[in-house]
Design a binder for this molecule. Sequence first.
Ligand code: OGA
Ligand code: NI
Length: 309
Amino acid sequence: MIPVIDLAADRRSVVDAIGAACRSTGFFSVVGHGVDPALRAAVFAEAHRFFALPDAAKRAVASATEGPSANRGYDGLRSQRLDAGAAPDLKESFMIGLELGSEHPLVQRGVPMHGPNRWPADLPGFREALVAYQAAAFDLAARLLQGIAASLGLDDGFFAPFHREPILGLRLMRYPARPPGADGTEFGAGAHTDWGGITVLAQDDVGSLQVLSPGGDWWDVPPHPDAFVINLGDLMGVWTNDRYRSTVHRVLGGDRERYSVALFCDLDAEARIEVIPTCTAADDPPRYEPTTVLDHLLGKFRASMAPAG
Ligand code: OGA
Ligand code: NI
C-alpha cells in the first residue's frame, strides 16, 4: 500500500510519516496540501485542449534533445523510452521549465534546459494556467523538502539552497488506450526511476500507475481526485547514501486514455550534490561520487530519447 499523508496533521506526525514512507516505498500520496483545486482542474483542462490540437500544431512546438530548449515542448507518441529493455513509451507529452527572461545569466550562457519555453499558438489561457500550477506545485515540493530534511534530522531549510532557480519540469502527459494486441513490452511509460529531486504528480481517475514494492510486486497507486502522488528522484539517493531512494515505477496503460501532470522538481542545474555527511558512517562509506544536477539529468534524458517515431 502506498501511504496517504495528511499534511494538515500536526507537524511531528507529518515528519515521522514522511520519513517512514521515504525509508520504505519511496512513494506516498498527500492530502491536506493546500493546493487550490481550481489550479489543478485548470491544468488538466488545458492538457485536454493541447493534446486535442492537430498533429501539426503540436509538432510546431516540438522539443529538442540538445541545446537550451532541450526538454521543453512537445514529445510525440513513442518518442521516449524510459525502460531501455521495453518498447518506446506509448505516451505523448508537453513540458515547460521555469520562465527565465532572455537576459537571465543561465539563458545567456546557453546552459542546456534553460532556454525559452515553447508555447502553442491559439490556446489563450494555456500559458497562464501552466505557470500558475507550476508555482503552486513547486511550493508544495518545497514544503515537502522541508519535511524530508526534518525527517533526516537536518535543518528544515537544508535543501532550500539547492532549488533557488531549479530545473522545474512541468509535464503534461496523455496516455492513449493500450492498443489491442499490445505485447508485454509496450507500456504507457516503461519502468524507470525519476532522475532529480522530488516529483509531484497529479493523475486523473483512470489509474494504471504502478510502483515496484520492496518485495518485488507491482503495487497500484490508486487515483484520488485531490491527492498528489509524491516520489523521490535519484539525486535524493545520492544525498542520503540510499537511506532514501528513488523507486521504480511505470504506467501500465489501460483500455481508456489517461492524463497526468507531473512536476519534476529537479534542483538548480549547477548545484553539486554529494552524500550528506550525517548520512554516512565508518561502516557505511559514501556510495556516490559528487555530481552536478545537470550532468546527471542530461545523461538520463539523452539516454531515454528513442529515435523519433
Ligand atoms: C513520469 C511518470 C507517471 C504518470 O513521467 O516520470 O512516472 O502517472 N509519470 O504519468
Ligand atoms: Ni516517473
